[in-house]
Write a protein that binds this ligand. Structure first.
Ligand SMILES: [Zn+2]
Ligand SMILES: [Zn+2]
Ligand SMILES: [Zn+2]
Length: 126
């Protein structure tokens, strides 16, 4: 077995997310990645990407996180991903939709993250 450098695995995960049309769960990343990494490594990488403002996630109705690349310029406001996410109940894919939402100002509350999830049937499965 060839030894995979950490940066190689990171690049593989990032390019996978870049090419994906939907937000990917850690399991989907593990299935699709062409370098051998274990689940813990993938989770740790994703956490680091989230902390760096490169990737955001949305939790589906089963509590599973789906990861997608952040748009450039996300860094300053990484807690507010004010676009809609859609979870399809048929194919279970979660996607980022280019629909902007108005984020309410919650006075006296400290906001760490916001998730906007819509559940239904996607155009492919309809
Ligand atoms: Zn972000
Ligand atoms: Zn679907
Ligand atoms: Zn998104």
């Amino acid at each position: 077995m060839t030894v995979i450098r950490k940066t190689q695995a990171q690049e593989a995960v990032l390019s996978l997310l870049e090419a994906a049309s939907t937000a990917l769960s850690a399991d989907e990343i593990l299935q699709q990645i062409d370098v051998s990494v274990n689940k813990t490594t993938v989770y740790r990488m994703l956490e680091r990407f989230v902390a760096a403002g490169k990737v955001h996630f949305v939790t589906d109705t089963d509590g599973k996180a789906h990861y997608a690349l952040c748009s450039s310029g996300c860094k300053q406001n990484h807690t507010l991903h004010n676009h809609l996410h859609f979870q399809c109940k048929v194919c279970n894919q979660v996607e980022c939709l280019p629909v902007k939402l108005e984020v309410p100002v919650l006075e006296n509350y400290e906001v760490h993250e916001m998730q906007f999830l819509t559940v239904g049937v996607c155009p492919k499965c309809k």
